[in-house]
Design a protein around this ligand. Structure first.
Ligand code: AP5
Ligand code: MG
Length: 219
């Protein structure tokens, strides 16, 4: 199965993608995580991506598409994947369709997770990430057992550079899924809207229920 999680910044895509990937045994492909790794390694890709991420803008399509195509060429992506934060533009959506078509596959469902701006800002301002394994925490909604330490790997928890209020405002301005992107999936009946404002377990339940519904028809 190839699943897509769409939605504005901070609606819970990463949190939910990790849970669903684990539950369904799917590979989790998160373009934001891939760019952050490249930034940490200070590679050429990382330096380029950082110049956009720091401003709350999207990394250019050409670069993003090439990175994802390389990733889905790996053997562990053959049986399926959950895409988190990709595609974000119509061009990326078309490139993904084409890349999967070449492998005789297709997107099975695009899950569009929504939340109000107030909820998004509260979620992003309280978010902490493990610098070891990337686990996502929240000061109120998902606190670690020990302050600043990851429950799983004992790594140090850090705030993301782009969670500063000024950058969050820019991300919300530039990075909501466009009408065209949503229409791309809605027009072929692949889009399901999911209310992301419930608690983490409730949103997971709704996502899994939507996936179950289409599982019988998987190509
Ligand atoms: P990316 O890392 O994808 O950032 P994003 O889209 O802004 O989304 P976030 O990761 O901020 O939020 P999320 O929806 O994953 O929420 P999370 O689960 O963490 O991208 C970063 C940058 O990379 C972009 O700005 C862009 O520059 C670049 N980029 C990435 N992909 C690209 C692409 N395809 N094309 C071009 N450029 C690209 O949850 C947020 C917080 O809320 C956490 O603290 C969590 O614990 C909490 N939370 C989650 N769910 C709930 C819930 N139901 N109730 C209460 N709290 C919750
Ligand atoms: Mg994320």
């Amino acid at each position: 199965m190839y699943l897509i999680l769409l939605g504005p910044p901070g609606t819970g895509k990463g949190t939910q993608a990790k849970r669903i990937a684990e539950r369904l045994g799917l590979l989790h492909i998160a373009t934001g995580d891939m760019f952050r790794e490249a930034v940490q390694q200070d590679s050429e890709l990382g330096r380029l991506a950082k110049s956009y991420m720091d401003r709350g803008e999207l990394v250019p399509d050409e670069v993003t598409i090439a990175m994802v195509e390389e990733r889905i060429d790996q053997p562990d992506a053959r049986e399926g994947a959950i895409f988190d934060g990709y595609p974000r533009t119509l061009e990326q959506a078309r490139a993904l369709d084409e890349a999967l078509r070449r492998r005789d596959k297709a997107v099975d469902i695009a899950l569009h997770v929504t939340a109000s701006d107030d909820v998004i800002v509260r979620r992003l301002s309280g978010r902490w990430l493990c610098d070891g394994c990337g686990e996502i925490y929240h000061e109120q909604h998902r606190p670690p057992k020990q302050e600043s330490k990851c429950d799983g790997c004992d790594g140090q928890l850090k705030q993301r550079a782009d969670d500063k209020p000024a950058v969050v405002r820019e991300r919300l301005r530039h990075q909501r899924p466009s009408v065209e992107l949503l229409a791309h999936y809605r027009d072929r009946d692949d889009l399901v809207d999911i209310d992301g404002e419930g608690d983490i377990d409730a949103v997971t339940r709704d996502l899994l229920a939507a996936i179950e519904k289409i599982k019988a028809t998987v190509r």
